[in-house]
Design a binder for this molecule. Structure first.
Ligand code: FVH
Length: 286
């Protein structure tokens, strides 16, 4: 990618995220065109220097790159359905799954667009800072959009950005659910969420540090119990379920965790280390 703040950009979709994207481009000095179905949402950006495209066709105009940030992929396909895409450069930062990304890439390329798919791993207020990680996949970008944050190009497969996005969401919500479950247990003893949060944070950071070593075991498909065997872990999981039930808090999450470990033990993996559970995750559940 070249470092060129003069690249003309268009931002299509001025919801919370699209507005933040357009504002970051303006701040970095890109000539910025905006378009939104509800035109009034462009007013503030126009006051800040953006040009309002009169039509979606105008926003897709040649010579620049068009960022799409709509509710979902159906909205993207509906909006671009009748538009001429020949010669356009599209970067679709709308959230979706990898199949939608690959289908939309094939659909747009067939109509003459150079289509890069993407995923935003940030909230609107982080856009324009290094904390805003933006994943891209598809044809290697020949344009500069570093004004939005930290751009990470993942490869030619247009589904990769969405796949990473969804994997990241699993991580995020699993951690949050685990924290909420622990919070619910501690609340029964009068401990509030703010008191538990720093302890939970310490555990989460500690566990995150195990990932490179565990990844090595997964990649080698070899799980020697260097720290703890799965059957030892399963005994602690039983405490998690029993404690939840005794306290009258929701036990679904600990039961799910224990059920997966029990299946791996029944399959003969009790003497191996926790990441052997990858085998449970690699197949569709019951
Ligand atoms: N906001 C966030 O924190 C997250 C962070 C991670 C990535 N997401 C994804 O970004 C996409 C947009 O999210 P958003 O927060 O900007 O969403 P809204 O504020 O609801 O704006 C939606 C825009 O989409 C337009 N739109 C919807 N359907 C259509 C359509 N059929 N034709 C044309 N435009 C359409 C809508 O237009 P309007 O209602 O204002 O007329 C908004 O511009 C999303 O994929 C997140 O998952 C954000």
């Amino acid at each position: 990618m070249t470092d060129n703040e003069n690249t003309p950009v268009s931002v299509v979709g001025l919801g919370l995220m699209g507005t933040a994207l357009a504002r970051a481009f303006l701040k970095a000095g890109h000539p910025t065109t905006v378009w939104n179905r509800t035109a009034a949402k462009a007013n503030a950006l126009v006051a800040e220097g953006a040009r309002l495209a009169p039509t979606i066709g105008d926003a897709l105009g040649p010579g620049g790159v068009t960022i799409l940030c709509l509710t979902d992929y159906s909205a993207v396909r509906e909006l671009l359905g009748d538009a001429g895409l020949e010669g356009t450069k599209l970067v679709n930062l709308t959230s979706g799954d990898s199949a939608q990304a690959r289908e939309t890439a094939a659909w747009a390329e067939k109509r003459g667009a150079r289509y890069v798919d993407g995923a935003i791993m940030a909230i609107p207020s982080a856009i324009g800072t290094a904390d805003a990680v933006i994943l891209l996949s598809g044809p290697r970008p020949d344009f500069e959009i570093g004004a939005l944050g930290t751009i990470s190009y993942l490869g030619e497969d247009p589904g990769l950005a969405s796949l990473y996005d969804v994997a990241g969401l699993t991580m995020m919500w699993s951690v949050l659910n685990a924290w909420l479950h622990g919070t619910a247990m501690l609340k029964t003893a009068g401990i509030d969420a703010a008191t538990y949060a720093p302890f939970a944070q310490q555990i989460a950071v500690g566990v995150a540090g195990w990932l490179p070593g565990y990844a090595e075991q997964v990649d080698k498909d070899s799980f020697p119990a260097e720290v703890s065997a799965l059957e030892t872990d399963a005994r602690a999981m039983a405490h998690m379920v029993e404690e939840s039930e005794a306290l009258g808090v929701n036990a679904e999450l600990p039961k799910l965790i224990k059920a997966m470990a029990d299946r791996a033990i029944a399959a003969g993996h009790g003497g191996e280390q926790y990441p052997v559970l990858i085998r449970e995750f690699e197949r569709a559940g019951e």
